[in-house]
Design a binder for this molecule. Structure first.
Ligand SMILES: *Cc1c(COP(=O)(O)O)cnc(C)c1O
Length: 212
């Protein structure tokens, strides 16, 4: 694998924007290659696949693992035990479950709440209105640190449509006083940066094509 894409993006983005290298579908050796040039944050979307790589890479103490996949209730304990960040908390029920389990496990994961700004039936996420109404209850959840919002735009949008959805996410985060927005992937990261993203989730752009 060639690290030039990673370095090119790294040099293009403002310092307050962080890169989450999405390593799902790639091997621990490829994670090592990117880690060796200074990347510490890695994102995975399936627990079992991630856990195998975490075991292989356990001596690399600077790596921080982020869970970005759909949260199955029966995997939440293992995710709380093994990930520092969870970006994909898409319902109040799951947030409460994470909070309760984190208390039992003496952990305090950093949380991004996934929000849905368009009617995409293939994606989960909080409805923005519901999130605002529920906010006082959400804030009371123990043993978690609410860091920000996460959103995934539908495929096939124009650059302008992507920006519009990202700007909605940024304004909602601002109105809730949340510092982070996890938004922007390989195809729409430039719009996300311009709209106030603080975490770009980049897979293909860094590691290449997952189908290889
Ligand atoms: C796979 C994935 C990414 C990275 O996608 P690329 O298009 O490869 O950059 C980002 N976010 C989530 C939630 C993902 O599942």
């Amino acid at each position: 694998m060639d690290s030039s894409n990673y370095l090119r993006i790294k040099n293009k983005i403002p310092l307050n924007v962080k890169i989450l290298a999405v390593s799902k579908g790639f091997k621990s050796q490829e994670i090592k290659t990117i880690h060796n040039i200074g990347q510490n944050d890695f994102g995975e979307s399936k627990f079992q696949e991630a856990f195998e790589k975490q075991l292989i890479l356990k001596d690399l103490k600077k790596i921080q693992w982020h869970f970005i996949g759909r949260l199955q209730s029966n995997k939440i304990r293992k995710i709380v035990q093994n990930f520092k960040y969870i970006h994909s908390v898409d319902s109040f029920q799951k947030l409460q479950r994470i909070s309760n389990i984190s208390f039992e496990e003496k952990k305090t994961p950093l949380i991004m709440l996934q929000v849905k700004f368009s009617d995409d039936p293939t994606k989960g996420g909080f409805n923005p209105q519901f999130l605002m109404e529920k906010w006082n209850e959400i804030k009371e959840c123990k043993n978690i640190i609410l860091k920000g919002l996460m959103t995934i735009n539908p495929k096939g949008l124009s650059s302008r449509e992507n920006s519009e959805l990202f700007i909605k996410c940024r304004s909602l985060a601002d109105s809730l006083d949340l510092p982070d927005c996890s938004m922007g992937m390989s195809g729409d990261w430039e719009e996300a940066v311009d709209s106030g993203s603080t975490w770009l989730r980049l897979g293909t752009l860094i590691f290449g094509d997952r189908s290889k």
